[in-house]
Design a protein around this ligand. Structure first.
Ligand SMILES: [Zn+2]
Length: 251
């Protein structure tokens, strides 16, 4: 029964039995890990505030091959995000992100890029969160799907590279089709601005991305909705929290 020590982000935690809690961590070295923290609900718990959602912790746990839940021994708090966690708006956004993560990331499959991005979102100061939210969600989804997003630089039928002025059409499988190859009317137009945002999200840092998209709010929101559709379709059901977020972005 190996003892594992790794840095991790507390995605969520909830009560199990009288004194125990289930904790879901996104860890740096082992991806998503679900564990039991025995006695965590007791007043003088050894876990302290290291199980609060959004905390960054150094976690130590026992891993049994045959058991999905690990046994968490201790969590040393590296960074608390108590301020952010008390803001209902942040909670709602992060809860969406957390569900997205847990749905998309196979257990015990580490992804360092994904970890760093989520950590950046978790520890972002609140006033800047709105401006970069869409970009970050995009990048996280992109990293989480590990390149499964379609190549939006070329027509999926003839392979021709799009020029910036051209409006492509998004097909049912989320590939782009050029006007020449398209049959019938364009149902979901996807223009050069949307393609440039998608390309920018892959290569720019979150702050540069926020600058790049400062005057492209409508296109960014439209793209964000398409991404949620792609995620819903690839996991076969609607992501929890999606409805409330969609309503918000329409405002
Ligand atoms: Zn074509």
């Amino acid at each position: 029964m190996p003892l594992v020590e790794t840095e991790g982000l507390v995605i969520k935690s909830y009560n199990l039995a009288e004194a125990d809690r289930i904790v879901v961590l996104l860890t740096l070295d082992h991806g998503v890990v679900r564990g039991v923290a025995k006695g965590a609900k007791r007043l003088k718990s050894k876990f302290g505030s290291g199980l609060e959602p959004f905390s960054v912790v150094q976690a130590t746990y026992f891993q049994k091959d045959s058991v999905e839940l690990v046994s968490i021994q201790k969590t040393d708090l590296i960074q608390s995000n108590f301020d952010a966690a008390s803001d209902p708006d942040f909670l709602q956004k992060f809860s969406y992100l957390g569900d997205l993560l847990l749905t998309m990331s196979p257990p015990h499959d580490p992804n360092e890029t994904l970890y760093r991005m989520v950590k950046r979102v978790e520890t972002a100061s609140n006033d800047r969160f709105d401006a970069i939210e869409h970009g970050r969600i995009f990048r996280i989804v992109d990293a989480g799907l590990a390149g499964y997003l379609p190549d939006w630089g070329h027509c999926n039928a003839c392979g021709r590279e799009f020029d910036d002025a051209e409006t492509a059409n998004l097909s049912d499988n989320f590939h782009l089709i050029c006007p020449t190859c398209r049959r019938g009317a364009a149902t979901r137009p996807f223009d050069g601005i949307s393609r440039s945002i998608a390309a920018a999200a892959r290569k720019l840092s979150p702050s540069k991305f926020a600058e790049f998209t400062a005057d492209k709010d409508d296109a960014l929101k439209a793209l964000s909705i398409i991404l949620k559709l792609i995620v819903s379709s690839s996991i076969g059901r609607e992501v929890t929290g999606e409805k409330s977020l969609a309503i918000k972005t329409q405002g």
